[in-house]
Design a protein around this ligand. Structure first.
Ligand code: PEP
Ligand code: MN
Length: 368
């Protein structure tokens, strides 16, 4: 059961204290308080854990401090959508809104290789009105002999260039909890010119200790990729690990499933799950057409499969697109074959705009 308290309630007020003492005395019930800090107001949510089925909704509602009560009926306790659950979806971070009703593009480098590539990428983003990007510093690779990413050595120049080109949020994968401290330190050292969304890759979706560490910090939002060989339910539970530790700013990423049935694509595209994730949870949904398709295949219509796949996700209501670009894919150190080129960025953005408009027309069509 979740109690949503009156907006901006003071934890020293009489109403709050009265509720607190009632909850403390309930047998076999533990509670956790979570504050959702928004631009206009702070919402306090109280999660009751234990034998809550015997508790009466009406009794909880009768407390002055309580605005409304949600009985949790599904498994995804914090991030799930429950009956009569009108809590907002998503969050704001560093001036960018993330929710189930909007769309952000994160075009960028799969892996940071040189300051020149980063600068070319960021300049192109600025010229095309973009404020988000992806930049991989820590790369999980199949072979230990492959380039592992520049790690903390590249953070300073990446963040400085982000500040120079007005980038507000960088999606960056972390594979170990120490990477969070390195990112925080580099942001401090550079005067915090940008924001970072910590990415948990598909190989770490069920790395529960990493999930707990990333969930314990509330500075950075998280992009959790679904596991490429587990069920959707298992990946949604992984997201719940982040939330149950206190971080509710979670975007859920679809990136395709590992199976040869999807050949010649690198992974079997799973964007049909966009409405499913939105129905079951309040998380914004990201698509990664680059790691799904994995190559620059082009149809007789002259449209790249990556662009077709992006369109399929956007028309189904995707909220974020993570897509690989590179100024010179033939020398990219990771995933060059799937990278789009700088000159393709304007058309990519225009294509997304066209399809998003079509999605909004679909919404209007079915709105009554
Ligand atoms: C990535 O986005 O760079 C990446 C490695 O993705 P995934 O974890 O989905 O393979
Ligand atoms: Mn990659």
């Amino acid at each position: 059961m979740i109690l949503i308290l009156k907006p901006n309630i003071d934890s020293e007020s009489r109403d709050y204290k009265r509720l607190e003492s009632h909850l403390t005395n309930l047998p076999n019930i533990e509670y956790r308080v979570h504050k959702v800090i928004g631009a206009a107001q702070t919402l306090t949510e109280v999660y009751l854990i234990g034998s809550t089925s015997a508790l009466s909704l009406d009794e909880m509602r009768s407390f002055q401090a309580v605005d409304h009560v949600v009985r949790i009926s599904e498994e995804y306790r914090v991030l799930g959508r429950h009956k009569d659950d009108s809590r907002p979806t998503g969050f704001a971070y560093n001036g960018v809104e993330f929710g189930q009703d909007n769309l952000n593009i994160f075009a960028g480098l799969c892996a940071v290789d040189s300051p020149e590539s980063v600068e070319t990428m960021m300049r192109a983003l600025k010229e095309n009105g973009q404020v988000c990007t992806r930049m991989g510093a820590y790369k999980p690779r199949t072979s230990p002999y492959s380039f592992q990413g520049h790690g903390k050595n590249c953070l300073k120049f990446v963040f400085e260039l982000a500040g120079k080109y007005g980038i507000r949020v960088i999606a960056m994968e972390v594979t170990h909890e120490s990477h969070i401290d390195e990112i925080n330190q580099a942001l401090d050292d550079t005067g915090r010119p940008t924001g970072v969304m910590l990415q948990i890759g598909t190989r770490n979706t069920q790395n529960f200790e990493l999930l707990k560490s990333v969930g314990r910090q509330q500075e950075f939002p998280v992009l959790l990729k679904r596991g490429f060989g587990i069920t959707l339910d298992e990946s949604l539970h992984a997201a719940e690990y982040l939330a149950s530790e206190g971080n509710h700013k979670v975007v859920f990423g679809l990136r395709g499933m590992k199976t040869n049935i999807g050949d010649p694509h690198r992974n079997m595209v799973d964007f049909a799950h966009i409405p499913v994730v939105k129905r079951l949870t309040r998380m914004p949904v990201c698509i990664d057409p680059s790691h799904s398709v994995g190559g620059r295949f082009r149809g007789p219509d002259n449209i790249l499969d990556i662009m077709h796949t992006t369109a399929q996700g956007v028309i189904a209501g995707a909220n974020m697109i993570l897509v690989d670009f590179h100024p010179n894919p033939s020398v990219a150190l990771v995933d060059g074959p799937q990278a789009l080129r700088m000159e393709e960025l304007p058309k990519f953005i225009e294509d997304v705009r066209i399809v998003r408009e079509a999605f909004e027309s679909r919404l209007a069509l079915f709105s009554e």
